[in-house]
Design a protein around this ligand. Structure first.
Ligand SMILES: [Zn+2]
Length: 239
């Protein structure tokens, strides 16, 4: 896997599956894996990632996050360009709100003049990079790990609905779709539930009946690396 970045620019994700990813806590655990939708896998080859981001620092953080994934996608190469034209179009335009990304090739369904991923501007470099890693995971075809069919989170659902409504202005459907709904479909690649996945929301202990939270993770878990490598091992040449 390789990344080519012309001078300064970058990469990222997008939103039809609106992931208003907030942050709350973190991940903990030793297992790995996740959930990927193989029908939304990018074909082997080059994916152009257009960066429409306000400053060089944001671009550098996004490129760095993209590179972290790229180490584990042997069948996919990323060409990073400045601007708004690319397969994956990442923007921090303040005309949009939230952190979200289209899932994999769902990005193709988005009008070309619109971003396929949005990242809220932030002075918190660590948090911004973490969010970029998560949204890039979506852009590559990964779903939320906390919605894994085998998750063992004892959600205090009513409290969660209330908290997201108050803090993030999410309606019931937003919360259900992004936190509780389990994935369906015949094209899912599912590995073991992984609380350390970058695709897992951090969970505050107060959001669970057993006060068992999940801390925020700042990098890819071993499970994230494993599933993305499975998904992007070149098809034509096997192995
Ligand atoms: Zn998400």
């Amino acid at each position: 896997m390789s990344i080519t970045a012309p001078g300064s620019t970058t990469h990222s994700f997008y939103p039809p599956h609106i992931n208003n990813d907030t942050s709350a806590s973190e991940h903990t655990s030793r297992t790995k894996r996740g959930i990927a939708d193989t029908s939304k896998r990018w074909p082997d080859g080059i994916v152009t990632v257009a960066l429409d981001l306000k400053d060089q620092k944001s671009k550098a953080l996004v490129v760095d996050a993209l590179r972290e994934w790229a180490h584990h996608t042997p069948g996919l190469q990323f060409r990073v360009v400045d601007g708004k034209e690319g397969d994956i179009r990442i923007s921090d335009d303040e005309g949009f709100n939230g952190n979200w990304s289209a899932i994999g090739t769902d990005a193709k369904k988005i009008p070309l003049h619109e971003p396929t991923m949005h990242l809220n501007r932030s002075d918190d470099s660590r948090g911004f990079r973490r969010t970029a890693l998560h949204e890039i995971g979506h852009a590559l075809g990964l779903e939320h790990e906390h919605q894994h069919p085998e998750h063992d989170i004892n959600w205090k659902e009513s409290s969660v609905y209330k908290a997201f409504e108050q803090d993030d202005n999410w309606d019931e459907e937003d919360v259900y779709n992004n936190l509780f709904k389990l994935p369906t479909g015949n094209d899912l690649l599912i590995t073991s539930y992984d609380r350390r996945s970058i695709m897992h929301y951090p969970i505050h202990p107060s959001a669970t009946k057993d006060s068992r939270g999940v801390p925020a993770n700042d990098s890819l878990s071993e499970g994230d690396k494993e599933i993305i490598r499975k998904l992007y091992t070149p098809k034509r040449f096997g192995g």
